[in-house]
Design a protein around this ligand. Structure first.
Ligand code: HEM
Length: 497
């Protein structure tokens, strides 16, 4: 037995004694093993090698977007209804059916653009990603705090992000790149109007809304679908920071939102959101001046009322940030029976992207990790890959039969208990944007509905950044704002004069 290892026969009272990962007790964690007290070090020093090589691998690739985040555990409590109707009218998803039904959840909030330790005071959309551990397996709802998005076609996403990320040469974020891309993307005018208003810097994660942004579907027992948008309204209220307030906080604290969430939960002041939906019949709605599948548009609440379905409460901090928050993997493809996709192109692009990046970022067996694993039984014939472990995915009771169908043994298909939802799709295959683009109407409506101080803040924030841009970029942006509302364009123009 090596001199720094002992037999591991700990009693209960010795449970906090340090060991290595082989279960060997560590009696000297201060000195490497050396030839004489002055060295050199010897190579067979297993404890040092294990410790330092693990340290060398402490990081996994961080998220390409939404790298900076904070998370918490909690629960969803259903009302059993959607507005005044029984939830079953619209969806057979089990988590919504009974009043008082509790579903455990994990939520990760984030900023989008910068790296894992960037300031939380930056003007940026905030992520609001929720994992519902339902009795039918996991449902992930990967949303943002603003109710819309910059683009409607997923092929533009890498370019959008490159324009917002630091310049690949100078490694500095450049407003000239941001507004260059945005000025050539008219559908972003609405999102930019929200983002450069006070809504672009929530006071902290507790004081912001959540929104699914994309249009999804709910499917009932008869196999009938409705279009649906998801919304979370903070019971703590909405609070934002002006640029000046954000800068004041940032000078002293660049973790204020993580701190606020953690401390509120530690003192028992559990943040809570009313979970709501908006519903539309499943068709193209030619009577509307926007396409219901367009993620750059809000469904007006006067026409499509915001209906409560339950409440989301966060009541437990993670024990280990890396294991729970960093390794958490959410994806728009992760739905349960009774919930479905719409034909929204952005949503379909996202659905490929999330699990793809997680197989790379976390590894092929990312779904075996406790934070990502459903709380229901998992049994597949998928085997192997880095870090596969036998209890992660039980497989068949007969471990010889890892295929299906089999006449010998092994896993069997589940009996079909519900009517399939079989949407009809036909059309020519093409590359074409949607015809009802209406890029400026809602941007103008939003500008006009802001209070005076919000409009002033919006103009100030835009002008400050646009001053750093090329004249032709400024002109194109003024053009978009003018289309939204002539006063909006005029105020940006005079601010730049
Ligand atoms: C085509 C459009 C989009 C693509 C391709 C895309 C792709 C991605 C990717 C690759 C990640 C990193 C995931 C990971 O490493 O675990 C991510 C994270 C995220 N995205 Fe998107 N995204 C898109 C649009 C959106 C939209 C519209 C929203 C809001 C509704 C959104 C919300 C989020 C959130 C909240 C996260 C962080 C999830 C977490 O906390 O782990 N994304 N996105």
């Amino acid at each position: 037995m090596a001199h720094d290892q002992q037999k591991n026969d700990l009693t209960d009272s010795e449970e906090n004694i340090l060991t290595n990962r082989q279960g060997h007790l560590i009696s000297d964690n201060q000195n490497t093993r050396t030839v004489g007290e002055r060295g050199p070090t010897v190579l067979e020093n297993y404890n040092f090698l294990e410790k330092i090589t693990h340290f060398d691998r402490e990081r996994i690739p961080e998220r390409v977007v939404h790298a900076r985040g904070a998370g918490a555990h909690g629960y969803f409590e259903a009302y059993g209804t959607i507005g005044d109707e029984r939830a079953s009218k619209y969806t057979r998803a089990k988590l919504f059916q009974e009043k008082g039904k509790i579903t455990p959840t994990f939520v990760r909030f984030s900023t989008v653009t910068h790296g894992g330790n960037s300031p939380e005071t930056l003007r940026d959309p905030r992520g609001f990603a929720i994992k519902f551990y339902t009795e039918d397996g996991n449902w992930d709802l990967v949303g943002n705090n603003l109710k819309i998005f910059f683009i409607r076609d997923p092929i533009k996403f890498p370019d959008l992000i490159h324009a917002f990320k630091p310049d690949p040469v100078t490694n500095r974020q450049d407003p000239n790149h941001i507004f260059d891309f945005i000025s050539l993307t008219p559908e972003a005018t609405h999102m930019i109007t929200w983002l450069f208003s006070p809504w672009g810097i929530p006071a902290s994660y507790r004081f912001m809304e959540g929104a699914g942004v994309n249009t999804y579907k709910m499917v009932n027992d008869d196999g009938v679908a409705h279009l649906v948008k998801y919304l979370f309204l903070p019971k703590q209220g909405l609070k934002f920071l002006t640029q000046a307030q954000a800068e004041e906080i940032q000078a002293k604290n660049f973790n204020h939102a993580t701190q606020d969430l953690y401390e509120a939960i530690e003192r028992g002041d559990y943040p809570e959101w009313e979970f709501c939906v908006q519903i539309m019949s499943d068709d193209e709605h030619p009577e509307l001046d926007f396409d219901p599948l367009d993620p750059t548009k809000i469904w007006p609440a006067e026409q499509f009322p915001v209906l409560p379905v339950g409440r989301l409460v966060l009541d437990k901090n993670p024990r280990d940030y890396f294991a729970e928050v960093e390794q958490a993997a959410f994806g728009t493809g992760v739905l349960v029976d009774g919930l479905d996709f719409s034909d929204d192109k952005l949503l379909q692009g996202r659905t490929f992207s999330y699990s793809d990046t997680q197989r790379y970022r976390v590894g092929a067996n990312y779904l075996q990790l406790p934070i990502n694993k459903p709380k229901t039984r998992v049994a597949t014939n998928q085997h192997g890959g880095q870090m596969d472990f036998v209890d992660g995915d039980k497989g068949s009771e007969n471990p010889h039969i890892n295929y299906e169908p089999s006449s010998i043994d092994g896993l069997k298909e589940a009996p079909k208990s519900r009517k399939d939802y079989t949407p009809h799709v036909e059309g020519q295959v093409m590359r074409k944007k949607i015809s009802r683009t209406n890029d400026y109407q809602q941007a103008g409506d939003r500008y006009r509905s802001f209070e005076k101080w919000e409009r002033d803040d919006l103009i100030l924030n835009l002008v400050t950044q646009l001053k750093k841009c090329n004249p032709d970029i400024q002109e194109r942006m003024i053009g978009h704002f003018t289309e939204a509302d002539p006063e909006y364009g005029e105020r940006v123009r005079s601010g730049l004069a």
